[in-house]
Structures are given as structure tokens and as C-alpha cells.
Design a protein around this ligand. Sequence first.
Ligand code: NIG
Ligand code: FE
Length: 426
Amino acid sequence: MPLLIKNIKGLAGVREDNGLNACGKEMASVRIIDDAYLIADHGIISDYGKMSDLHKVINTNHQKDFRIIDASGCFVFPSFCDPHTHIVYAGSREQEFADRLRGLSYEEIARRGGGILNSAKKLHETSEEDLYMESVKRIREIISFGTGAVEIKSGYGLNTRDELKMLRVIKRIRENFPLEIRSTFLGAHAVPEEFRNDREQYIGIIINEMIPSVAAEELADYIDVFCDDGFFTVEETERILMAGLKYGLLPKLHASEIGNSGGVQAGVKYNALSVDHLERVGDEEIKCLAGTDTVPTLLPGSALFLGLPDPPARKMIDAGLPVAMASDYNPGSSPSGNMKLIMSLGCIKLKMTPEEAFNSVTFNAACAMGISETHGSVTRGKAANLIVTKEMTSFYFFPYAYGSNLTDKVILKGEIYTPDLQDQIE
Ligand code: NIG
Ligand code: FE
């Protein structure tokens, strides 16, 4: 039965013309229809408009049987797209958080075998079943905050068996949950301890063993490399990306978080879907991204959590780039997948306007995960993945009330999300 949402105070993120992405100045506008309705049918947005026109639609449709949501006083948004997460992981790392507060740096912790290698150890000791059950809790949590599409990376396996274990868990989540998922192979997240003196051997395993196995089981859409100081060099990154491209894995890169790594240039060279983090980029990298299809994806949660400099979002937008934002949900640098908070941080820390921040967590985020044809805006024919907010005085209230959960209902594929009804845990 179709779903009718009526009396919507503001239907935000309406886009008739899909376009490639929202660049620079275009990010400043969000189309909002006041006093609106929206109809979802067979999981798709089939119609929307002014309440004053609803009677025409209902009459012509001969359709009286709707499930109805009365959204008086509330806004309806496209659900968030989160284009960069590591949500499948084992355990947590609050001890490292406490160590950092006492003065150790993220890099020092990593050099001592903590950080990514610590998560890899925990993941190695966790069964595929337990990893799935742990990850499911986080998936349910991000849905409750309003995320309707998420990219998930491997990268805590760091050997063929455990990387495949992670990717199979992602596949199982994709099959069992109604949110949209893209999967990214990140074998080049860190060099494991045992290859510290022979990193070339580990890179060989990524190229000759992991990538072909991942491709054979069709477990990934994209490939990522942590191209940064102390992790993988530009030359190593390029070799890994080329190996992935042979199997059709498009690049998405971690770049310029710790140093100005050259990862942006490498990403652009290999036509990456996105280059992510970018806390240390300069004018040259911004110039390099201009006019390309590579989406700069900023992760203000990890900049906040690690005390990194904020990425130059304003400069990027003023240079005409299509900025996206993501949560980076992971146990080390950003243990939160709250995209509403990310939207607020975009405003508060990165000096984006509410409209720019909104576009960066919806439409541009969909572009950064390669799903903008079907997600990221209120457009006829796109997936009916939507948020119905609690009552709000205005659109600006959403990022302003930065600590409140203002998501009242989550709609995925045209259905109101109720965890136990829609998920199939098995
Ligand atoms: O995006 N920077 C690299 N990878 C993750 C952090 C991983 C971790 O600390 O576990 C990130 O911040
Ligand atoms: Fe990351």
C-alpha cells in the first residue's frame, strides 16, 4: 500500500533536475516546499507537491488506500548518505582515547602497535558471526539517527582471510537490512607488524592475493588506500589502485590526514570517486580537484575527536568544489555515526551554512558513494529513504540543536523503519 506523508511543514532537498553534483555556489541552496505532501509507492518517491494540490492527485489516482503519516509541524528530508565508514569492527579502543588525553599522539599509539593494528588483532580473534552481531547494533543505531545509505570499508583484517571475513559481514548486512550499502576493500589500511621490515611483501599480498579473491567473490564495489605519512606512499597507492582498477574497483582514498600526502593528486589521476579527510591540503590540492569528478569528502568528526586542524571547507566551496561529509564511524578516530552531528559540525567547525552542510550530507554524499542516481534527494523515481523530523520551528533548527536527536521517523524503501520487523538478522 502506498505511503502518504501529509501536512509536511517543509519538504527539504527537492531536486527536479538531478545533475552531477552540487558544486560551490550551488551548495548554498536547498529547495524546500512548504506545506507539502509526499507519496511513496513500491519503495520509490512517486509524487510530492503542495498540500493544496493533493486532492487532484488523490482524485486522479483513484487511490484511497494510503498508509498516512501526518507530519504537521515537522520537516521531511532525504535520509543521510554516509559515504565513508569503518562500521564493521570488533571491540572498541577507549583505552587509546584515554592515552591520547594523557599526551600520546594518534601516530605514537599506531607506532606502538595500537590503533588500526589493535583493531586488527581484536578482529582476528572475533568470529564472523560475532562480528556481524556487533556490527548490526551500530547499523541499527545509525538508521535511528537517519542514515539511509552507508559506505563500509574493510581494513581491520590485514590478511586475506580476515579481510574476506569483514567483507562477507558487509555483504550480509547489505542483504539483510533495508538501507543502501556500498562496500570498499581497504587492505591497504596499515602494514601489519610481521611485515614491518618487508612492506613490499604485504603490498604483493594485497595485489596478488587479496584483490583477486575479493573480486572473485564480488565482495567490493570500491578500493581504498590510507595514503598518508607513516602508512602508504603515493607510489604504493598507485600500484594498489591500478591492481584494483583491473577488477573494476573504483578508487576512494584516505588522503592528507596526517601529512599533505599527495593522495589528492593520486586520487584525481585515477579518477577516484572521492578523496577523504583532507585536513592538511593546501591551495594546490584544491586547484587539482577543480573541474574533476572526484568529490572532496570531509570528516569533521575525526578532526574533532583527534584534535586535527579543520579541513578548509570554505576555501573548497569558494573554489567551486562539491564538498561532501561523512562520519568516518570507526573505533579509533571517530566512534560515532551520527550524521546529524556531522551536519552541525560542518556548520560550527567548518563554517558551512546550514544549506551547504545539508547538501554535503545528502546529495553530494550520495555522489561520493556513487549512488546519486537513486539517493540523496527528494526526486520522483528515487528511493523513498526519508527522515520525518520532530516538530521544528525552521529548517535551521536542525543543525542548531546540535545535541538533540530530531529524527522522529525513518522511512527506508517506503516503509517506516521498525527494527525488529524489517531486519533479518539471520
Ligand atoms: O579514517 N585514517 C585512517 N583510518 C581511519 C581510522 C582507523 C582507526 O584508527 O581505526 C580514519 O580515521
Ligand atoms: Fe576512514
